[in-house]
Structure formats: C-alpha cells, structure tokens
Write a protein that binds this ligand. Structure first.
Ligand code: EPU
Length: 417
C-alpha cells in the first residue's frame, strides 16, 4: 500500500494546474449509456474513481477507446445492465448508471451501496424518483432491480433534500422518457449543469440547469457528441488552501474562478489575498491567518468536499473557528488525525471547534476518505519534521498525481510503495 512521506515548512510557489472534475466525469461517463453512438469526452482525470467507472462500463458491455487524450465511449449494445457489488462497494457513484440503464434498456440491476466513511448515504431519492417515472423497484439480496418494460413516463418529482447524484441520475432517466419531467429542489452544482450541457449536445431537451427547478422534455433517442468536462473545483480549492496554509504565493491554473466564490470569500475573510491571475487562473498569497467560521451547504454555499481541507487551514489561524458540517453526518474523520499532529480541535456532534494557531508536528497518520486525506497532506505541508500518511489510495480516488503537482511548487513530498 502506498504512503506519502512529507516534510513540512516550505511555502508553495509557482503554478499548479487543475484537472477535469472527477464529479463531472463520473456522470458524463454514465450518460454515454444513453446512446448507441460514440461519445468523446475530453479532460477526464486519471483518478481511481474514473478507472472504477470505466471498469463498470466494460462489465455492462461498453466499448471504451482511450489510446491517447480523450476517451471515446460507445455503448452500441448493453449486454448486461448490472452494477455488481464488487464495484459499487468501492465507489458509490456507480449508482449513477441506474437511471441511464433503465432509460435505455427498461431494466437495471444495481447493488445497494451500503454505508461509507462519511455517512449512511442512502439512494432512496434515486429510487423514489424512478418509481415516479413509472419504474417498478424491487429490492433483494442487497440489489435493487428497476424495470420499466414499456419505457419511463415523465412526471413531477420533488427531492426532500438536495442530492447531487440523485439529480443527475433522474435527469438521465428522464431524457428518454415519454413526456415532461419536472425536478424540484434539484441540485444546482456546476457538475449538474455540465452533465446537462453534454446531454443537450446529445440531443436532449432540458431547461433550468443551475437552478433548483429542472424541466426535461423526453426525446425518442440521443446521439453521439463531444464534450470537455469542467475543471475540478474541489481540486483547485485544495490547492488554493495549500497556498494559503503554507504562506506561499501560488497560482492555480486551468480552473473556473466563478465556481470558487464561496471558498475565495472565506479565504479572504481569513486574511489570505486571492486575486485573478488571467483567464482560468487564481493567485493566492498569505502571511498570517485569522480564524473564520464555516458552514457547509449545497452549491453555491461552502462545499462539504472542502471542509476537511479548510479545517487543516484553521488549525494555523489565530482565534477560534467553528466548522459546521450540514451535508454528511460523519465527516470529521480527519479531526482526530490532525489532533495527533498537534491541532487543538473539539468535536461536538456536527460541529468542530478549532483553536489556533497550533504548531503542527509530523506524525504517522491514516487517510480515511478522499477529502480527509487531502486535509492531512495540507497539515503535513506545514508540520515540523516528517509526516507519513498511510492508505493514500483514498487520495488517488480523486486527485491525479497530487504529490507531483505539489512537489513542482516546492513541497517536499514523495510517494513510497
Ligand atoms: N441523501 C439521501 N438520500 C438520497 C441521496 C442523498 O438521504 O437518495 C442524503 C445524503 O446521505 C447526504 C445528502 O443527501 O446527507 C447529500 O448527498 P448527495 O446525494 O448530494 O451526495 P452524492 O450525490 O452522493 C456528491 C459528490 C460528493 C459530494 C456530495 C455533496 C459525486 C460523485 N459525489 O455525492 O463528493 O460530497 O455530492 O456535495 O458527485 C467527493 O468527491 O469527495 C464526494 C464525496
């Protein structure tokens, strides 16, 4: 199992590029199931979750050509509309194939994901929405089977609470349904809008992406298309925090500044200087940080996927920061590990009280999930001495070669096998 060995203390300088968004690439790959024609996707990041989705599409019977550069995906026929437990248990986003499979073939059998490190994360909204669209849902032996032999029918569905992949799954189910579907309290995340852009290129009729009310008019068939996914706002945000925590002067390139508004505002409040550095580039500088409170929210609020990284930042800020996690019920697994490095954090239910600044010192720590691992890397970048982070396969799920990118900006970080 790979580990990272990090020696902290170097301010990051120079440029770090952002990859395409993992959480846009995953639904885009699932969307390829909706047509028998080839779809070409650019900027798909080389991360483990994408490899898992590619494996899943292969198992379903899809042809994927990835010689150089873009991925070319063709779901000419669907041999096996099933997502097996072995793949779903390693990546919950596998349930994104549910909607497109039922829409295309009238049948899907997908393993139920079960709990994960950050919360229970059920898929009940996906199932309730599909039922509303006329699918028969049957659960047995840990699998959910959805059937709509006559095809899906458009309907209205309101999400009890905002769900990103739930919205994406139901949009993909509705694009080939008969008639209109209205999704209310839909997710407004940029990744949802990106998926809608791809589906429109494939011939779908969808209005309202980026708002909480999305109207889909079903069409008979979709066709091939070419699309580049948006930059990864969580990866870019992690690098912005890396620049700020190390007191560096860092330019994060190939990103979409408009998607970073909530983070930029919190970084500025904390005393970091964040400025535009040309198209798709942001520069961050800092010299002394003060504590600020953060509450995670759905987009355009502060992303839960940046909460762990921001907590690492707050361990180095002057004062008391109150961090409230509202999206997932168990997303503070990084806190005890940061405490092992010397952070002063108290957990009270869904709130973390971080008192700073704490001098962090290198320690052996354990990565528990994707974003928690990123926060440990950030802590290690400013800790005295050596930090060894175990189980970095978690970070490889969503960050492409993070150690190489950080090293190019001056970090002392290496991967050991
Ligand atoms: N929820 C339900 N029932 C459902 C669906 C969701 O109760 O059927 C609850 C969840 O348990 C959670 C809340 O609703 O408490 C929001 O969950 P959501 O469905 O929005 O999460 P997701 O779609 O499973 C995506 C990202 C996550 C990100 C969340 C929140 C992808 C592939 N994953 O997950 O990304 O944290 O939205 O923004 O898009 C990550 O990249 O590290 C990651 C975990």
């Amino acid at each position: 199992m790979d580990k990272f060995v990090i020696r902290g203390g170097t301010p990051l300088r120079g440029e770090i590029p952002t990859n395409g968004a993992k959480n846009s690439a995953l639904p885009a790959l699932a969307a390829c199931l909706l047509t028998e024609e080839p779809v070409t996707l650019h900027r798909i990041p080389k991360v483990r979750d994408i490899a898992t989705m590619v494996q899943l599409l292969h198992a379903i019977g899809v042809r994927i050509d990835k010689k150089a550069g873009p991925l070319r995906i063709q779901a000419q026929s669907i041999a096996n509309p099933e997502a097996p437990y072995d793949l779903v248990k390693t990546m919950r986003a596998s349930s994104l194939v549910l909607g497109p499979l039922v829409a295309r073939t009238g049948r899907a059998r997908v393993s139920l994901p079960g709990g994960c490190a950050i919360g229970a994360r059920p898929i009940n909204y996906h199932l309730a929405g599909l039922e509303r669209l006329g699918a028969h849902i049957h659960q047995e032996a840990g699998y959910v089977e959805a059937r709509a032999p006559e095809g899906l029918r458009g309907a209205a569905f309101t999400f009890d609470r905002v769900s990103v992949t739930g919205t994406e799954d139901l949009i993909m189910a509705a694009v080939l349904a008969k008639g209109e579907t209205l999704l209310e309290n839909a997710a407004r995340e940029p990744e949802v809008s990106d998926l809608v852009e791809l589906l429109i290129k494939m011939g779908a009729s969808i209005e309202g992406a980026g708002t909480s009310r999305i109207l889909i008019r079903g069409v008979d068939r979709l066709h091939g298309a070419e699309h580049a996914v948006i930059p990864d706002r969580i990866e870019a945000g992690t690098f912005l925090i890396a620049g700020a925590i190390t007191g560096g002067d860092l330019v994060v390139t190939h990103c979409e500044p408009a998607h970073q508004a909530a983070l930029i505002s919190k970084l500025r409040e904390a005393g970091a200087e964040v400025t535009n550095a040309g198209p798709g580039a942001l520069r961050v500088r800092s010299d002394g940080l003060k504590s600020v409170d953060v509450i995670t929210e759905e987009y355009p609020g502060f992303a839960t996927d940046l909460q762990a990284q921001f907590m690492a930042l707050m361990t180095r800020a002057q004062g008391i920061a109150l961090i409230t996690e509202t999206i997932f019920e168990n997303r503070f697994m990084h806190a005890p590990e940061l405490m092992r490095m010397g952070a002063n954090i108290r957990l009270e239910g869904r709130q973390a009280i971080v008192a700073g600044p704490s001098p962090l010192s290198g320690a052996a720590v354990l990565a528990s999930d994707l974003r928690a691992s990123a926060s440990l890397v950030l802590g290690a970048l400013v800790a005295t001495g050596e930090t060894v982070i175990d189980r970095v396969y978690h970070i490889d799920r969503g960050y492409e070669k993070i150690e190489e990118k950080l090293a190019r900006a001056g970090a002392d970080i290496r991967r050991v096998h």
